[in-house]
Design a protein around this ligand. Structure first.
Ligand SMILES: C[S@@+](CC[C@H](N)C(=O)[O-])C[C@H]1O[C@@H](n2cnc3c(N)ncnc32)[C@H](O)[C@@H]1O
Length: 347
C-alpha cells in the first residue's frame, strides 16, 4: 500500500499505529468469484446465497492517494503515479497493473492514472484528520464490482481499521452479479447515464436503464422526487449538532415520506430507503403516531444492518436491547412479516 500526496503525507501515514494491527479478517470462504462478463470486463458473482448484511469482501487498499496531488511544476500527475508505483513490490505492481483501465490514454492520462480514475473508491483518514475529506483508494478484488442503478451491495470504508468492504444490501442469490452504485442512483436515467459515460466511459445497460418507455418514465419521476427530498433533507441537516432534533423539508408529512419510501423500495434503492425510513420515524414521532414510529424503527434497523453489516456495533446494541444475539435478531427480522419489517427486496 502506498500513500501518494507529498513527502510529508507519506511520513505522516507511515507513522500510523494502525499498521502494527492486522486488518480485520475477510470472510473465511469468500462468497464470490471474479469472472468475465462480456463488455463490462470482469465482474464479481455470488458463489452461494449471501444473506442481507453479510460481509462479501473486506480488504485494505492497494494504493491510496489524495485526489489533488501536490506535484512539482516540472512533473505531471501521471509521472508522479509512475514513480510512486515503481517503488512498490512486484506483486503489488502486478496486482495494480491487472486492474481495468477504461480511460482513453492521453498525454495527461497515462495507463496508471487511467487505472486510478477507473477504479478509485472514496476513503477517509482516521482522526485527527478531517473526517469529511475524501481520498481515492484502489483495491484488488473489491474494485471488480461493476455498477448497477439498483445495486445489491454497499461499499463502505473504515478509517479506524483502514479497510474497505462490501456488504449485501439484500439477499443475493447464487450466480447473481454483485454490484455497487458508482453515481447518485436516485437521479433520473439521463443524468445517471451522462455521469457514467463521462466519468467511467460506459453506457449503462442495467435492468433499470433498459425499462420500456412508460416504466422508464415512471421510474424517473419516482427517483427525481426521492432525490429532491433527500437533497433538501441533507441541506437542512448538514450543520446541525448530532444530538439536535432533525429538520424536515417544508411540507413533509409521514404520509409523503411513506410514499417516497414505497417508491424507493420499488426501485430497489436500499440506501435511500434507509434514509427515508429514518425520516419517516421522525415524522411519525412528530405526528404522535407511536405505533407507526415503532413499526418503522424495526424497518430502519433492518436497513441499518444491510448497510453497516451484521457485525455492526449499532445493530448489536439494538439486538441486546431486544434480548437477542445479532444472529437471532437478523433471523427474526428476515423471517418476520414483510409489512412489519420492510420487503426483503429479493427479485
Ligand atoms: C471499477 S471497474 C469494475 C471492474 C471491471 N469490470 C474490471 O474488469 O475490472 C469500472 C469499469 O468497469 C466497467 N463497468 C462497470 N460497470 C459497468 C456496467 N454496468 N456496464 C458496462 N461496463 C461497466 C466500466 O468500464 C467501468 O469503467
Amino acid at each position: 500500500m502506498v500513500y501518494i500526496d507529498s513527502l510529508k503525507g507519506v511520513q505522516t501515514v507511515s507513522a500510523w499505529p494502525l499498521w502494527t494491527q492486522p486488518a480485520p479478517p475477510p470472510p473465511v470462504h469468500p462468497p464470490f468469484k471474479i469472472r468475465e462478463c462480456g463488455d463490462k470486463g470482469l465482474g464479481m458473482f455470488a458463489l452461494r446465497r449471501i444473506p442481507r448484511g453479510d460481509v462479501i469482501v473486506s480488504q485494505r487498499p492497494l494504493l491510496f492517494s489524495h485526489p489533488c496531488l501536490h506535484v512539482h511544476a516540472d512533473q505531471t500527475v501521471s509521472a508522479f503515479y509512475e514513480s510512486a508505483l515503481a517503488g512498490l513490490s512486484s506483486d503489488t505492481q502486478s496486482a495494480f497493473n491487472s486492474l481495468r483501465n477504461a480511460q482513453l490514454e492521453t498525454e495527461d492520462v497515462s495507463r496508471i492514472r487511467g487505472i486510478v480514475l477507473t477504479n478509485a473508491l472514496g476513503t477517509q483518514l482516521p482522526p485527527p484528520h478531517d473526517p469529511t475529506a475524501n481520498y481515492n483508494a484502489v483495491f484488488t478484488s473489491l474494485c471488480r464490482a461493476n455498477h448497477d442503478c439498483s445495486p445489491n451491495a454497499h461499499y463502505s470504508f473504515s478509517a479506524e481499521t483502514f479497510t474497505g468492504r462490501l456488504t449485501a444490501l439484500r439477499a443475493i442469490q447464487a450466480g447473481e452479479e454483485i454490484t455497487i452504485g458508482y453515481t447518485d442512483i436516485e437521479f433520473p436515467r439521463a443524468q445517471r447515464r451522462q455521469v457514467l459515460a463521462t466519468k467511467f466511459n460506459f453506457d449503462c445497460g442495467c435492468e433499470t436503464c433498459c425499462l420500456p418507455p412508460k416504466k422508464a418514465s415512471e421510474s424517473d419521476t419516482r427517483r427525481a422526487a426521492i432525490a429532491a427530498f433527500l437533497i433538501r433533507l441533507n441541506e437542512l441537516n448538514a450543520d446541525i449538532a448530532e444530538e439536535a432534533e432533525p429538520l424536515f423539508p417544508e411540507g413533509a408529512t409521514l404520509a409523503r415520506a411513506s410514499e417516497l419510501l414505497r417508491w424507493a423500495e420499488g426501485e430497489r434503492l436500499v440506501e435511500a430507503a434507509y434514509k427515508l425510513t429514518m425520516t419517516a420515524v421522525g415524522l411519525a414521532l412528530k405526528e404522535h403516531n407511536m405505533s407507526e414510529a415503532i413499526r418503522l424503527t424495526l424497518r430502519a434497523i433492518n436497513y441499518l444492518r444491510a448497510e453497516e453489516g451484521n457485525d455492526s456495533p449499532h445493530f448489536a446494541w439494538f439486538a441486546r436491547e431486544a434480548g437477542l444475539s445479532p444472529e437471532q435478531m437478523a433471523t427474526k427480522l428476515d423471517s418476520s412479516d414483510e409489512e412489519m419489517m420492510g420487503p426483503n427486496l429479493n427479485a
